[in-house]
Design a binder for this molecule. Sequence first.
Ligand code: ADP
Length: 479
Amino acid sequence: DQTLRSYHRLLYEKAYVNGQWVEASSGKTFDVFNPSTQEKIGCVPDMNAGDTERAIQCASEAFETWKETTAKERSNILRRWVDLCNENKEDLAKILTLEMGKPLQESVGELNYGIGFLEWFAEEARRVYGDIIPSPAKSKKMLVLKQPIGVTGMITPWNFPHAMITRKAGPAIAAGCTVVLKPAEDTPYSALALCELAEKAGLPPGVLNVVTCSRDNSAEVGKTLCKSPTIKQISFTGSTAVGKILLEQSASTVKRVSLENGGNAPFIVYESADIDKAVTGVMGSKFRNTGQACICANRIMVQDSIYETFLDALSKRMEQELHIGDGFNSKSTQGPLINARAVEKIDHLVQDAKSNGAKILLGGQRKEGNFYEPTLSVVYTAIDVNGTVRPTFKTEEEAIYLANNTSSGLAGYVFTENISQMWRIAEKLEFGIVGVNEGLPAMPEAIFGGWKESGLGREGGKYGLEDYLEIKYVCMGGL
Ligand code: ADP
C-alpha cells in the first residue's frame, strides 16, 4: 500500500559486514514474518560460525584505525547518524511495527528513546576523562588512561529492535570499539536499516557489522562470539537462561560480559498511594509493548485496605483503554505477541495460574494469530500467620520481603505518597532500577541494568561507556 511503500528503501535483505551487503557463505536464508498478519516480510541471510569469524576479522582490522580516531571525530559521525535517523524516523518506525508488531506510535517512541542513546553517546564520547593520581613519591607521576576495550560482540532481542542496538553500539562506537552484532531472528530489519544510515553518516567499513541468523544458528553464532579470543567484550540483552550460557561460554577467554537479563519486577502499591497515579503506572509499565519489556511490572502487590478500590480502578482503565489490533491501525494499543511460541508461553502461564487457584478477572484468552487478550488475574501468594493465602499484603515489611524474594533484580516499582516510606522502600528494594510513583523510568540519561541474576554492567547515562573502556595505570618514574 502507498503509505507503507516509502520504507522499502530502508528494508535491506542482506547482512552487513565490512561495509558490504553480503549473503551467508552457505547461500541460506531464513524468513521473517509480520507478527500481526503472520505474512512473510522477506528473508535475510542465515549466517553461521564461519561467517561470524569473518565478521570478527573485519571488525578487528577496522579497530586498528578506529581506535586511533579522536573523540571529536567519532562524535561527529554519531551526530550525523542521529540526524539521519531523525530524518528517516517515520520509515524506521514503520519497519519496526512491521517486524515487531508494536503500535506505530510506540515505534516512534522507541525511536526517540533509541536515537537518544546515539545522541547521548555522541556527547559523552568527548568526556572520557582519565585521572592524575597524587603521587606519594617525588620521582614518580601516576596516570590513569581510558582506552577502548577492542572488538565487541553483541546479541540483541526482538522487543526493542532499534533501541537495544543503539544502547549498545552507540557507546561502543563512541568509545572507539568496533562491533559484531547479531540481532534477534524475529527482527533483523531495524538493525540493517541502522547500518545503512550509519554508512551514510560516514561510519568506516568494519566498525559496525551485523550478522543475521535464524533461531537454529543463534547458538553457534553466539558461541563463536563468546569463544573468540579477538572479541574482548560481549554485550547481551535477552532471557536469563541465554545470558547464563553466554557468561559460561565467555569464561575461557575471560571476556568482559555485560548482561541485561530478565526482570520479574515487583510493583508495590501501599495504602498511602495515590490510586490514580498507581493505576496509570501499571497501565504504562505493564501494557506498553504488549507487556514485552524486561522492566514490565510482573507482580503487582497491593496493600489490604485499598485492594478492592485498586482492582476496580485498574479493571475499568483496562477495559476503557486497551485495544488489541494491528500496530498500523491507529486505534490499537496492544499489538500482537512476537510469535506463536510467545503465545504458547503466555497461555501456559495463564493456565498454570488458573490451576493454582488464580482468578481471571479480565481476558485470559487467545485471539486469532499471535494476539492475546490483556489479562488481569488475581493470584493468591501471600500467606497469613495462620496459614491462609491472600492476594494482598498487610505490612510494609511483608511487601518488601515478597518483592525481594526472587533471583531477579532489574526493576522494581513502589507507589506511596508518604515521603519517609518512599526513601525506606527505594533503599530496601534489591533492584537496579527503582520507579517511585513512576512506571516508565527508562531514559538515555539514566542508567539501565540489574542486580542479582538480572545482569552485569550498566547501559546508558554517564556509566554507559565504562563497559566499553579499559583503564590503564601508567607510572612515569625517574623524574
Ligand atoms: P526470548 O526468549 O525472549 O526470545 P532469548 O534470550 O531467547 O529471548 O533471545 C535474545 C537473543 O538471544 C536473540 O537474539 C536470540 O537469537 C539470541 N539467542 C537465543 N539463544 C541463544 C544461544 N543459545 N546463544 C546465543 N544467542 C542466543
